[in-house]
Write a protein that binds this ligand. Sequence first.
Ligand code: AMP
Length: 276
Amino acid sequence: MKVCSKIEEIKDVRAELGNKDLALVPTMGALHEGHLSLVRKAKSICENVCVSIFVNPTQFGEGEDYSSYPRTLDQDLKLLESEGVSLVFTPTPQIMYLNHQTYIQNPDLSSILCGLSRPTHFTGVLTVVAKLFNITQATHAVFGEKDYQQLKIIEKMVTDLNMPVKIIPSPIIREPSGLAKSSRNSYLTDKEKEEASYIYKSLLLLQDKIKEGIVGVKDLFLIFQNEILKHPLMQLDYLSILDKDLGEISEVKPDCRALTAVKVGKTRLIDNIKLC
Ligand code: AMP
């Protein structure tokens, strides 16, 4: 496994691959089974897989957890080695953003859901992902449905800017309790972790209610809000029910999604499910 931190280094390794396909899995490290499922999907598509590990400063807002975000590089590299990954890119912020001035924006998809409380987040995400695509010349890139808004905004960037990379979505990996795996789960106390499992349980409840005939988005919102209110450690940031492309709907329809962000103690967690 080759580990490169410099852009020129990784470009050289990529050049040696010539016209061969390369699947990129962008991450911020602190790897868990969710990330590894993406790596396995990438490996099932391309012989050559590159995982990037970069805690991207431009996608963190002021007062967010950039400096405290878990960094476990040695352990991450061991995990990737055992997955048979051929290439890992571990740049520093200095390397990625030396004299940087240019940013990619999608004002529409950035202004809903997580964008409401994190107004600069998706500009940072789009910019770093575009840079990673250009640096690695990836032909494929795998993104988790865990960050569904991120997946959709990246798909839109690739379409709008005619980027020659195929975006591959990958399903959410959960703890046995139902809690979606996340690097930020390490911030949670045991009690908070237990409470946080009710985020997914409350999303599943919406599926049951739809089967019972409740199809209005407003009614489903109130049901979810009530469930979260039952748990004093949790505070609802948002719950939105949208079509699969994040368009507004008033009643559920095939492939629509419930997307939520909930604060559990001081930790903000996101989750989503396909409702029907
Ligand atoms: P992150 O390191 O949090 O930026 O995530 C890197 C990639 O892993 C993103 O495409 C995420 O959507 C994906 N990911 C994170 N957690 C999970 C999970 N529990 N299941 C599936 N994919 C995930």
